[in-house]
Design a protein around this ligand. Structure first.
Ligand SMILES: Nc1nc2c(ncn2[C@@H]2O[C@H](COP(=O)(O)OP(=O)(O)OP(=O)(O)O)[C@@H](O)[C@H]2O)c(=O)[nH]1
Ligand SMILES: [Mg+2]
Length: 269
């Protein structure tokens, strides 16, 4: 419990293909309409957006992300958006929700977690679950287990997520499904060790600052103090360089290069 008797804050990152209902689900979870949702170009999510609300006696942060394909993010952009999403989440995401619309089943869903894992420094599977939208399309007697069995990709995704899933109807504004989701997440979190309650990103603001300072000193020592400028591909790192007032006088490295270099030199991460 946190100090005012509220439960610990919860950070959720929503991922998935185009039009799966990521933004609608973000609104449902937070009981708001902050996230732009709907069909068509003007309603598609273009950057990771975070918002926090008090839900069922706790602070919940949701990070809604742009679609991972169907002309959405390529690998490079996905990596950038994942970095942005992770930087939003302090101390880290408790759950990655992979959003899949019922009625849009396709084997491609099997690839989604693999694609994210390829981008991350450690496996996110144990922090992941599947969230089905369009729960209102289920007819009485429809068995979700049977629907899942018919889609090999989806079966794989759910298995990789440890069998965890929840069905949402985003047209239903009642709080019941949200409370159930949070209770399900709480139950999962009770199974985790205290030091493993959330995914720990190596990309914390402190580490970026540290890495920047380290590399700055290292570079200045190497080049004998002469100013060398390289174009940084990482806006996060560029921001830190700017905030530290280091500006043009230091070398701004590509973020991955910095991480790899520091990792190999001091084995920090
Ligand atoms: N009937 C029904 N429609 C839904 C549900 N969830 C989402 N939708 C609709 O699905 C469409 C797409 O929803 P979005 O929330 O914009 O989907 P998205 O995944 O954020 O889309 P992108 O940002 O373009 O990737 C919208 O028209 C929503 O109203 C649901 O549970 N039931
Ligand atoms: Mg969206």
């Amino acid at each position: 419990m946190s100090k005012e008797g509220m439960k610990e804050p919860l950070n959720l990152v929503l991922l998935g293909y185009k039009n799966m209902g990521k933004s609608a689900t973000s609104n449902t979870i937070l009981g708001c309409d902050k996230f732009i949702s709907g069909i068509g170009k003007s309603n598609t999510t273009r950057n990771a957006v975070d918002h926090t609300e008090e839900v069922d006696g706790r602070e919940v942060m949701v990070v809604d992300t742009p679609a991972m394909s169907d002309s959405g993010l390529n690998d490079h952009l996905l990596k950038e958006e994942l970095k942005n999403a992770l930087i939003c989440c302090d101390p880290g995401p408790h759950v990655f929700l992979f959003v899949v619309a019922l009625g849009n089943m396709s084997e491609k869903h099997g690839e989604i977690l693999k694609r994210v894992n390829k981008m991350m420094r450690s496996d996110v599977s144990s922090f992941s679950m599947v969230l089905f939208t369009n729960g209102d399309s289920l007819k009485p007697g429809d068995k979700l287990d049977n629907i899942i069995k018919m889609d090999q990709g989806l079966k794989e995704l759910i298995e990789s997520c440890g069998g965890r899933y929840k069905v949402f109807n985003n047209k239903d504004k009642e709080k019941k499904q949200v409370k159930e989701l949070l209770a399900q997440i709480d139950d999962e979190m009770k199974k985790r060790s205290p030091e493993n309650l959330h995914y720990t990103s190596p990309i914390t603001k402190e580490k970026i600052t540290w890495v920047t300072k380290y590399c700055t000193l290292h570079t200045l020592a190497l080049v004998g103090g002469s100013a060398v400028m390289m174009l940084s591909k990482s806006s996060a790192l560029a921001n830190v360089v700017e905030q530290l007032g280091l500006g043009d006088t230091v070398m701004a490295f590509d973020f991955d290069y910095v991480m790899q270099t520091v990792e190999s030199v001091v084995g920090l991460f």
